[in-house]
Design a protein around this ligand. Structure first.
Ligand code: SF4
Ligand code: SF4
Length: 444
């Protein structure tokens, strides 16, 4: 029997309609805007000014402190602004705009050739330093700086590295294509991470609806390193959540409010493992990523390697343009992604997909009264009572919501998806979580 996590979960329609689309490289855009904050932690500080000429891969923003991340130019050209821009939600953020030249001249020392480099003689400290220099962050959407995650806190012992190849969100196929087309480099990246954190055991978790990826990586693993296990998992959302993946693969439970390192595990996404390979073996900073562009109404599906800072509207144009009946464009998947109100915003390191939904599919159903069916409870993978914490949040009873562990919610959306009364449970839970976290901060 295939492994999976112990409680809750759903199986929404997979809709992996772009899975057979090979990764294609979008031409370098005429200009890019590189956000200074594409990660959790302090925004980077600009190290260039208007009028400077920069090369592809050159540092333009330096991480400000340990929990921060460097940003690099994704084109060769002239800095035209160090200013603010509007993000996908319409909020003002700081970024650096660069007008690209015809040439694409890479900064000295970066190897942009496809040749695969297998050996790595660097020490753990040197590896982590290169990962930090290259501005690698978690590419599954969390965008936590990878060098921080690779630094095991004093007194903690890690024995297992899990590589997250689950991709349980409907529609998303960027990780799948990376595993199929760049599996060897990704595995070398995983081995390098394991070397840096000092573990022998590497488990690649992949849902069983991707048998080609399981076979491909299993065939490659032995040639990269001993001790790499490729494990198929039962198809079940939200298995890609760190806590649930750890439970599925190791039967270890991360405690409430705890971290994977508390149970001796570090989890990295497949895209992040590939970025680590490029940072360490090729000196290549994180300046491009694979984005799935998908939706049933789109003229074509695609998995596109795109330079960071390219506008989402240009990426959509490249894939045939937005259909007239578009009702919603989502950054990420339909379960955990965010609806975008501004498409003239740049592609960032954490953007896994752009999902286009037609008007008909975008409309919310009319909310009905709760019928106390408890379906939301049975699907909650955190063992919460979504109907209750949502109601407490709606009534602004924050202390009660805290007692009922609202902050344990991982915002997977399974409860809202399952509710027969179409109650937007997660919307209210999100508000409640944020209020309870504010309360906790004020107590300190
Ligand atoms: S309460 Fe949170 S964790 Fe539980 S199903 Fe709803 S969104 Fe997911
Ligand atoms: S699933 Fe919806 S209707 Fe059923 S108990 Fe939960 S909130 Fe109420």
């Amino acid at each position: 029997m295939l492994k999976t996590f112990p409680i809750g979960g759903i199986h929404p329609p997979e809709n992996k309609i772009s899975r057979e689309c090979r990764i294609e490289t979008m031409p370098v855009p005429a200009s890019v805007t590189i956000p200074l904050s594409q990660h959790i932690g302090a925004p980077a500080e600009p190290v260039v000014t208007k009028g400077d000429r920069v090369l592809t891969g050159q540092l333009i923003g330096r991480g400000n402190g340990f929990v921060s991340s460097n940003v690099h130019s994704s084109v060769t050209g002239i800095v035209t602004a160090v200013d603010t821009y509007l993000d996908g939600s319409g909020n003002r953020k700081r970024g650096i705009t660069i007008q690209a030249e015809e040439v694409d001249e890479w900064a000295v020392g970066i190897d942009n050739s496809p040749e695969v480099v297998h050996t790595c003689d660097l020490s753990p400290r040197e590896i982590i330093s290169k990962v930090a220099d290259a501005g690698v962050v978690g590419m599954g959407g969390a965008t936590f700086p990878t060098h921080v995650k690779m630094t095991v806190p004093d007194g903690r012992k890690v024995d297992t590295l899990i590589i997250n190849g689950v991709e349980c969100e409907p529609y998303l196929t960027d990780d799948y294509r990376v595993m199929i087309e760049r599996g060897e480099e990704m595995l070398i990246g995983a081995w390098i991470i394991a070397k840096a954190i000092g573990v022998q055991r590497i488990i690649i978790g992949i849902e069983a609806n991707k048998p080609e990826a399981v076979e491909r990586l299993a065939a490659l693993a032995g040639g990269v390193a001993a001790g790499i296990e490729v494990t198929p998992l039962r198809v079940r959302y939200p298995q890609g959540s760190e806590k649930h993946l750890i439970a599925a693969l190791t039967s270890r439970q991360v405690p409430s409010g705890g971290l994977p390192v508390d149970v001796g595990v570090i989890v990295q996404n497949v895209g992040t493992a590939l970025a680590v390979y490029e940072a360490v073996q090729k000196n290549k900073p994180l300046i491009e990523r694979v984005v799935t562009v998908t939706g049933h109404s789109l003229p074509r599906q695609a998995n596109v390697s795109v330079r960071i800072g390219t506008s989402v509207s240009e990426l959509l144009e490249y894939c045939g343009g937005l259909p007239d009946d578009t009702g919603k464009v989502i950054a990420g998947g339909p379960m955990m992604g965010k609806a975008m109100s501004n498409l003239d915003t740049p592609v960032i390191k954490g953007l896994s997909a752009v999902l286009v939904m037609p008007q008909q599919e975008s409309l919310r159903r009319v909310e009905q009264p709760c019928i106390r069916c408890a379906k939301c409870v049975s699907v909650c993978p955190m063992g919460l009572e979504p109907y209750l914490i949502s109601r407490l949040s709606r009534r602004a009873v924050w202390d009660e919501a805290e007692i009922h562990n609202i902050t344990d919610c991982i915002e997977c959306g399974s409860c809202s998806w399952q509710c027969p009364s179409s109650i937007p449970l997660l919307d209210f839970i999100r508000i409640g979580k944020s209020e309870v976290l504010k309360l906790r901060r004020s107590r300190k």
